[in-house]
Write a protein that binds this ligand. Structure first.
Ligand SMILES: C[S@@+](CC[C@H](N)C(=O)[O-])C[C@H]1O[C@@H](n2cnc3c(N)ncnc32)[C@H](O)[C@@H]1O
Length: 352
């Protein structure tokens, strides 16, 4: 069963075109210009996340009024015509009220979550139940999350519905000294495991991502759907996930190429401004809601530790920080395509 979706050819451009045609007026660093950008963000997302705290824009570094008006602000995924349309997940539960997460529960969503948690190689004694705790925070990282969906019987208060309820944290977009624009925490501490935002944008094929990667100069907004949890499925499409040994996973790594990439250049939300850090406080997790195609999870940003008011939110563009470095021709290489000559994250363990 198909799901409603929008094509990348439908990305709205009228607001960007309007502002850019009047750049002499709108390019000036005045409070009014920042307010226009803030209002544009609210207007673009008010229907899907009416309770999301407003995002503010700050620049005390230079004369740029706002981030460039080069993208459509959205939390949605716009599909490139050569990416398969979304298909509805065949798994849903018939729970009433909230889904139970104990051993007696017959919840189909819980069963699927536990299968994937197990296959992802975690400590299954500790990592039982839904990934979210009673406060909607992630209990263990690097496990794909399968939320309850539109066909499930449970209510909106079910603990297995977090990303679908939208952003609750207050974040700001602020110009940094050396990394362009970045995302900063607002006035409240963000607890570890909190949902921050969906890395939304254009969903394109890996080949198109490679092509665009060659063209982008200095800045890139490309992120592969390079999900570790999908590796065991490489030779067994459509089958349930299976726990594999470390050696088997290593072997599968060689055969693995991600199929899709998210490009947040033309469309995206505040997460497109998240910079890289070698000592990150956020991570990216694969989350499924209604999508039944395991190759097409949402890339979702969660905090990975407590983040204090005013702190910059960053994640590691090279994947989990404790992942062993890739070595090619005797040299350590990075795993992703970040475009900058020198890392300016400033972390004590910065790899440069
Ligand atoms: C996804 S964008 C992040 C938002 C970007 N700062 C902006 O102003 O639009 C990625 C780009 O930000 C810059 N960047 C991110 N992290 C960086 C870092 N640690 N050091 C230097 N540049 C960084 C690079 O230009 C990179 O290609």
């Amino acid at each position: 069963m198909s799901l409603p979706y929008r094509l990348s050819t439908e990305i709205p451009t009228s607001t960007q075109d309007y502002i850019n045609a009047r750049f002499d007026r709108y390019g000036v660093n005045l409070p009014q210009m920042r307010e226009n950008f803030q209002s544009y963000i609210i207007a673009s997302t008010v229907n899907e996340e009416p309770n999301a705290p407003p995002i503010r824009i700050f620049n005390d570094v230079d004369a740029e009024a706002t981030p460039p008006w080069e993208f459509h602000y959205t939390n949605e995924m716009f599909h490139s015509p050569d990416v398969p349309p979304p298909v509805r997940s065949k798994v849903y539960c018939d729970c009433e009220g909230k889904c139970g997460s104990n051993a007696k529960s017959k919840c189909a969503c819980l069963k699927r979550q536990e299968e994937w948690t197990k296959a992802s190689g975690g400590d299954f004694k500790r990592e039982k139940g839904f990934v979210y705790d009673a406060f909607g925070r992630v209990r263990f990282a690097y496990v794909p999350i399968f939320e309850c969906n539109d066909l499930c019987g449970c209510d909106e208060e079910c603990r297995n519905r977090v990303v679908q309820h939208g952003r609750k944290v207050q974040v700001n977009i602020r110009k940094t000294l050396k990394k362009g624009w970045g995302v900063f925490n607002g006035d409240n501490t963000i607890h570890s495991g909190t949902f921050i935002g969906i890395y939304s944008g254009e969903l394109i094929t890996d080949a198109e991502g490679e092509r665009r990667g060659q063209k982008y100069y200095k800045r890139t907004y490309l992120f592969d759907l390079d999900c570790y949890h999908l590796r065991p499925l490489v030779n067994r499409p459509g089958e349930p996930p299976k726990r594999l040994s470390r050696e088997e996973l290593q072997r599968l790594d060689d055969e693995w190429t991600p199929k899709y990439t998210v490009d947040a250049f033309h469309a995206g939300n505040f997460t497109r401004f998240l910079n890289h850090s070698c000592d990150p406080n956020c991570n990216m997790t694969a989350v499924y809601i209604n999508e039944g195609n395991v190759d097409k999870p949402l890339l979702v940003v969660f905090s990975s530790r407590e983040i204090y008011p005013g702190e910059e939110l960053c994640f590691s563009y090279s994947g989990p920080v404790d992942e062993s470095p890739q070595v090619k021709d005797g040299k350590e290489t990075r795993l992703s395509d970040e475009i900058y000559m020198v890392c300016e994250c400033g972390a004590f363990n910065c790899k440069g």
